[in-house]
Ligand binder design. Structure first.
Ligand code: FES
Length: 104
């Protein structure tokens, strides 16, 4: 288990227990975290699982992930990631995931 904290654009945060082997996206859906939709189910085809993570432990986005991030509807930053592409490990305990501002 690893504790992951999701932070909404207004600063509200929720810390949840994540199962190792699940993706950050699956963790968010399992805990009904607002802002992660995952329309493609983790196939890296939608960018509706976009989030911001400023933590070296998650490595960097693959080329395919970077390409898909260009399709994200919300603001893409240097810390942008697709949450379906990050697998939870015990080493990610304490990870903080910021959610983007929803597009109107
Ligand atoms: Fe669709 Fe991550 S869930 S790209």
């Amino acid at each position: 288990m690893a504790k992951i904290t999701f932070v909404q654009p207004d600063g509200a945060s929720q810390t949840v227990e994540a199962r190792e082997g699940d993706s950050i996206m699956q963790t968010a859906l399992a805990h009904s975290i607002d802002g992660i939709f995952a329309e493609c189910g983790g196939a890296m085809m939608c960018a509706t699982c976009h989030c911001y993570i400023d933590d070296d432990r998650t490595g960097s986005a693959s080329e395919g992930e970077e390409d898909m991030l260009e399709c994200a509807e919300d603001e893409v930053r240097g810390t942008s990631r697709l949450s379906c592409q990050i697998t939870v490990t015990e080493g990610l305990d304490g990870l903080v995931v910021h959610l983007p501002v929803p597009v109107e």
